[in-house]
Ligand binder design. Structure first.
Ligand SMILES: Cc1ncc(COP(=O)(O)O)c(C=O)c1O
Length: 466
């Protein structure tokens, strides 16, 4: 019977696992990016019941390599160009190990002074890197989706503080673009706003929210007795990375008294590079804003930051303090449990702090700049080739393109590229047409990786007779 893992064993396997990770990161290009297995294949190979007696680490690690690894899609691969290309950078991975070792729960200042204070300091640094106003208060949660729920809940509380006790009463309406992330709809759904009260505003030729249509929709709802309360703009939409006209949307929000939430989960990171600060133009007028370091700031999943200009409102939206969570310091400290749904919170700030210190702003800006430049060059290659067309402008580091052919040709091309294991791309549908997305964003991606992706795409297009 094992009562715990002895320190010598922990040390031995700890060294071995760090060595394994170092080898993995060094030779990651040897792995096919996309897992090659049929649904259910891994589960069928694993025992249906957990062991009664503990097993040796050797056996566990052996199964990790033989069983688990082949079923892994390598998100931390520099040739992962699907969805958004994200990365767990080495300093972030090391910080994750320390976070697990400390296992601190950041619910109260007293239970975790380091977690609480480092979160405030690190989010102040990030606010500075992004050029956001000092009055923005930041809090870390797991994902942008959960942060959207927090933002929408605070927006609702602002116009209806009774909602906490009475529950949802009046028909409230929320506005976002057709190209907003599904998390906005989910947020409205779980908060009882109702999908019927989410207005998905049409977009212009560059897939940006149309402010004239936004205002029309607000006026219509007011005329029909509904209560508009929140508008969610996106900086870097998931499908095409379009950037909504936040300054104009902010003016509408101010005119009608709506809460402005800016979803900059992906695109916000670009603002670290001075010449891309324009992406956050107008964001200083937002009531809340989300940026995801786990997308384009080289931070291992998960870490999403919610900034708000109204920390007191956010606190009053969520704070419920039972006796057992009261502390003598309450009047002098920030207790982060008060600013959201979860009580328990991981020490996520540590990994962002490691990353910001290890790389520094200049390197982060330069890496982001490179990603954007490579995406632009890739778009140029597609255009020069003649077989392809761009399906949307590429303002940041994602290129939406298609073969000049049928949707079926494009679907087959994407499948062939992904099956090669040499790159992984994803798709979207724009104006009813199937479109391939090429995302750049991994910290280890090099120009050779981009060349390799281009070669693969070009060869597979040849093979399809394009
Ligand atoms: C614009 C945008 N917002 C929100 C999200 C949701 O992010 P998360 O996975 O952190 O919930 C995504 C995910 O891709 C996104 O692209």
């Amino acid at each position: 019977m094992k009562w715990n893992m002895p320190p010598e064993e922990f040390r031995r396997y700890g060294h071995r696992i760090i060595d394994w990770i170092a080898d993995y990161l060094e030779h990651i290009r040897d792995y096919p990016v996309l897992a090659r297995l049929e649904p259910g294949e891994l589960a069928a190979r694993l025992p249906a019941r957990a062991p009664e007696e503990g097993e040796p680490m050797e056996a566990i690690l052996d199964d990790f390599e033989r069983q688990i690894l082949p079923a892994v899609t390598h998100w931390n691969h520099p040739r992962f160009h699907a969805y958004f290309s994200v990365s767990a950078s080495p300093p972030g991975i090391l910080a994750e190990a320390l976070i697990a070792a400390l296992n601190m729960n950041g619910m109260l200042w007293k239970t975790s002074p380091a977690s609480t204070e480092l979160e405030q300091v690190t989010l102040g640094w990030l606010r500075d890197w992004l050029g956001l106003p000092e009055r923005f208060f930041g809090v870390i949660h797991d994902t942008a989706s959960i942060n959207a729920v927090h933002a929408i809940a605070a927006a609702r509380f602002r116009i209806d503080p009774e909602v906490r006790s009475r529950g949802h009463a009046q028909p409230l309406t929320l506005y976002t673009s057709e190209f907003a992330h599904s998390s906005i709809e989910k947020g409205a759904m779980v908060l009882g706003i109702g999908l019927d009260n989410v207005r998905k505003i049409g977009v212009d030729e560059a897939w940006r929210m149309r402010v004239d249509l936004l205002e029309q929709a607000i006026r219509r709802d007011l005329a029909e007795g509904r209560k508009p309360f929140c508008v969610c703009a996106t900086v870097g939409t998931t499908a095409v990375t379009s950037v909504d006209p936040v300054p104009e949307i902010a003016s509408v929000a101010e005119r009608y008294g709506l809460w402005l939430h800016v979803d900059a989960a992906y695109g916000g990171a670009a603002a670290v590079a001075e010449e891309f600060r324009w992406v956050l133009a107008g964001a200083e007028r937002a009531d809340s804003l989300v940026v995801n370091p786990h997308k384009w700031l080289f931070t291992p999943l998960d870490l999403s930051v919610l900034y708000t200009a109204h920390p007191d409102l956010l606190r009053r939206t969520f704070s419920v303090v039972p006796e057992y969570l009261r502390t003598a310091e309450d009047s002098r400290v920030v207790n982060l449990m008060d600013f959201g749904i979860p009580l328990g919170r991981r020490f996520r700030a540590l990994k962002l702090w490691f990353i910001m210190r290890y790389f520094g702003r200049k390197a982060v800006a330069e890496i982001i700049r490179r990603h954007i430049r490579w995406a632009q060059e890739f778009a140029g290659r597609l255009l020069a080739d003649g077989r392809f067309e761009l399906a949307a402008p590429a303002p940041l580091s994602v290129v939406c393109f298609r073969l000049k052919g049928s949707d079926e040709d494009n679907r087959r091309l994407l499948e062939a590229v992904n099956a090669s294991g040499r790159a992984y791309l994803s798709h979207t549908v724009l104006d009813g047409r199937y479109v391939i997305r090429f995302a750049v964003g991994h910290i280890s991606t090099t120009e050779e990786d981009i060349d390799s992706a281009w070669q693969t795409i070009s060869e597979e297009a040849d093979r399809l007779g394009a």
